[in-house]
Design a protein around this ligand. Structure first.
Ligand code: ZN
Length: 379
């Protein structure tokens, strides 16, 4: 059995949820080729909200379950010695959360299932997927991703995607008590349909968004733009923007460093905000405080994805921005409060975080999940 066939079998067994047929999902992606005139694009100043937006906390049910939080570090990745990608930060984040006694009863950390091949193919080009599964990417493709494909990284990529899909299922299943679910992985927003780059192989949020549209259309009714992707990683969510450039039901918002990677492959999100080098808490929070209410008011989302990269921290090696850990926490709460106030389900993923040593990044990553547990779980 080839590796691809083995993984296909494993993923179909591991997956507990149905996948729509490849053909129907392809049609789904093609069928929405008209981005309506109602969808604005902006590259300069954030718009003022049309009316004041209340972030007053809506009371959550006293029975709100622990925050379902997936992790993919069960799938060990073998990287070359001295590789610059801090793969260990994922496990370190999970261990920090598991060691936090204040989260007892508020967070449930579970292994990410593997994405099914159909879930991946719903977004990605079959030839590219095959080359990934066979560890047969070209040298140029491998260079763009930034690490060589190895059976371990194939499994990890499928787990990273599968956890985000599972979190989406958790918050959209009819009658679910979960208002939020999270993934200590994913946020691989540089992955395009037919190519990976920037440490991203498959685009987990894109796969999960298509899964949501195909599997839970009734949960997305009532808005012509039901899926909102809020990407606050310091690097533009270029793969996500490109994948959904013609999809009217998905709104992509990316606030990122204007001088940062990707330099040659930036795309047009529905809305992009360029942040100047050194942008501090005040600047970044002003953007988030103005844009998040605008996005909720304008698009009335029924599902929100939050790519919660923490590479805007001033300690980050790649970020070029100047946020503090406290500012990052406030940033996260703007998104959480908006989802609670509007009663919109939320899926949170990881994103970049490259401080050296990685402690500052891990602390900020853990904050993302810890504060979500405090916000969304009862007790
Ligand atoms: Zn990043």
């Amino acid at each position: 059995m080839t590796l691809g066939a083995a993984l296909a079998t494993a993923s179909s067994v591991a997956s507990r949820f149905a996948s729509a047929s490849r053909a129907s999902l392809r049609v789904l992606m093609r069928s929405s080729s008209l981005r309506g005139g109602g969808v604005r694009r902006s590259f300069v100043a954030p718009p003022a909200p049309r009316r004041s937006f209340s972030t007053a906390a809506r009371a959550l049910a006293s029975t709100a379950p622990p925050l379902r939080t997936y992790h993919a570090d069960w799938a060990e990745v073998i990287l070359p010695d001295g590789h610059r990608f801090p793969m260990e930060k994922y496990r370190a984040t999970r261990l920090a959360l598991e060691a936090d006694g204040s989260l007892r009863g508020k967070m449930e950390i579970v292994p990410s299932p593997l994405a099914t091949i159909d879930q991946v193919l719903a977004v990605h080009d079959p030839g590219y997927v095959q080359r990934v599964l066979d560890c047969a990417l070209t040298p140029a493709e491998t260079r763009a991703i930034g690490f060589p494909m190895h059976p371990s990284s194939v499994t990890r990529s499928l787990a990273s995607t599968g956890g985000t899909v599972a979190a989406t299922r958790d918050v959209l299943t009819p009658g679910t008590p979960h208002r939020c679910a999270a993934q200590i992985a994913g946020g691989t927003h540089h992955a395009f349909a037919d190519a990976g780059e920037g440490f991203c192989v498959f685009n987990d949020i894109a796969c999960a968004a298509v899964y949501a549209m195909e599997t839970f259309p009734e949960r997305l009714r009532g808005s012509e733009t039901p899926i909102l992707i809020i990407d606050l990683d310091v690097h533009q969510g270029n793969g996500t923007a490109k994948i959904f450039e013609d999809e009217t039901r998905v709104v992509t918002f990316s606030a990122h460093g204007e001088k940062n990677y990707p330099w040659r492959t930036k795309q047009r999100s529905t809305h992009d905000v360029d942040l100047p080098d050194g942008a501090d808490d005040a600047t970044c929070l002003r953007v988030v405080n103005e844009w998040v209410p605008f996005l909720f008011e304008t698009y009335r989302p029924r599902l929100v994805f939050f790519q919660a990269g923490v590479d805007a921290l001033r300690e980050d090696s790649f970020g070029r921005l100047g946020m503090t850990r406290a500012g990052m926490l406030r940033r996260n709460h703007v998104v959480y409060d908006a989802c609670v106030a509007a009663d919109v389900p939320l899926v949170i993923t990881m994103g970049g975080g490259y401080s050296r040593p990685f402690d500052a990044s891990v602390a900020a990553h853990a904050d993302v999940f810890r504060s979500a547990a405090y916000r969304f779980a009862a007790g």
